[in-house]
Design a protein around this ligand. Sequence first.
Ligand code: MIC
Ligand code: SF4
Length: 621
Amino acid sequence: MKQSLTYKILNAHKVDEDLINHTMRIKIDQTLTQDATGTMAYLEFIGFGLDRVKTELSVSYVDHNTLQNGFMNADDHKFLQTVADKYGIVFSKAGNGICHQVNLERFAKPGKTILGSDSHTPTSSGIGALAIGSGGLDVACAMAGMPFSIVCPKVVGVKLIHRLRNGVSAKDIIITLIGKLTVKGGVNKVIEYYGEGVKTLSVPERATICNMGAELGATSSVFPSDERTREFLRLQGREEDYIPLSRDEDCVYDENIVLDLSTLEPVASAPNSPDNVVKIKDLAGVKVDQVLIGSCTNSSYSDFVKVASVLKGKHVHPDVSLGIAPGSLQVLQMITENGILAVLLEAGARILESACGPCIGMGQSPATDAVSLRTFNRNFYGRSGTNSAKVYLVSPEVAAISAVKGTISSPMDLPLDLFSIDVVYPKCNSLIYYPTFTKEVVMGPNIKPLPKFEPIPSVIEARVMISLGDNITTDHIMPAGAKVLPYRSNIEKISEFVFSNTDSSFTERCKEFGKGIIVAKNNYGQGSSREHAAIAPRYLGIQAVIATSFARIHKKNLINFGILPIELTIDGDVLDDLKIEWDKDKITVINQTKNQSYVCKNTLTKEEMELIGCGGLLNTV
Ligand code: MIC
Ligand code: SF4
């Protein structure tokens, strides 16, 4: 049978398949973690009692919590470095760049499976790998050599034809697609790109597209490995990692989309959701206060070539603050060596560290009511650190020309490739550490052991602690930003911030009642992979979440930490008394306050039921 590229890679890694529940377990070749999710993942891994990781390659990055305001983040970095050394993990120190950018440059290989404790791990799929984001505990298990279980994904074939016009970029391809499919359109699907338009896109451009596949809720995205891939690997000095990979001609996809690249135009994701897509020409004239260029979506060398082409000989508008964060040390070295950095600085740019920085609310919060144009991938409410700010997600070209004009502007008439891309790609190892197996793990006072959870009862009687609508993000549940992120290794402390931007009395209510239930609508838990959005509510006594539907990673995180996810639409207000009776076949929810009852099929697999029955995956392992 003709196979999609997705299933070629999946089948080559399949350990077993559950035909009844449509799930499969796959072998994971490589893992990645970052510091904001990594400390938990490594605490979990250490708990398994192994002496080293069992993967082909595991890399630990420090890129999120680099603002060292107090000892906590620096302690985490030290913990991560010593764990890496002891257990055989490659360590990428703060300053080396954003995990996904560095992973693409240095480590990802065509045909490999990569599991990362960050939702944008699929960035590495741009090289022809199958890279998947998940919670830290799943990554810990993969590092211990256990297979990773997924719902057998549906494959969406996206045929790319023709080529992009000047001023239209890879970012516009993916934002256009998100506009068509919405932020829940990709759940339990892999988005597979093919067609003659593929070869017009470089590996970093493909990576931009795969990166924002996360905003579709997709399990992953995938591009073939072709001559452009070989060229990228050659420039990176690792052509030996190249293997050609593509789908079988005429394979059948579950869904089909054709995108004529020559008809696309510059677009933006308007506040506050990536699927709120608007054409740049319809935003023309909107006054801009801040422009930020960077993040794992758009911080590669070619992105800065385009930005510098726009900014050369011009100056940033006096009312605009332009910040740039090169995605990696390599990109920073390249733009320094060939004069691009000088062009940017002369135009009035502020240079930021090669890290996630403002994308995760670590500095650069916009002014009250400000309009901020970012080349990033998420513009969820409050994520920038300023609740009233209006964040638009755009391409680097749109960002650059808008910074000059001071209003949202189109780059379609500009010359955009003034700098030769054929430069040397430095392979500087000054911030990469290979394990020496000589260090002992150092654990600062803010790093607290994981709390132990008892299994939830088979009849749950508790009150609704919060009642929510559609598309609640993990940024709503467990906000990030400079104030909260330092507590990622301290569940007791971080739990004080659960829903703090949405309902500041949530934690007090949970403490008062000791246990509770969350009620929501569609796509609950979209966005980040942070398992803290499950662990911290669990710590506060949440036993079940009842939602119309869930985002993939978050649903898995809930199960991993012993919270019952129930796929059901109910009418439940805060403090309504609920009674939930659940067994392997069905779940009955009785709203005792409103005198209503609901019954649904239990859609959890046998394996998931066992996990919940044990109080979570950690107890099971
Ligand atoms: C994000 O973009 O939201 C993050 C921060 O990278 C998260 C991980 C985290 O919360 O630590 C993600 O995407 O998974
Ligand atoms: Fe970092 Fe932002 Fe990418 Fe998340 S989305 S990994 S915070 S740059």
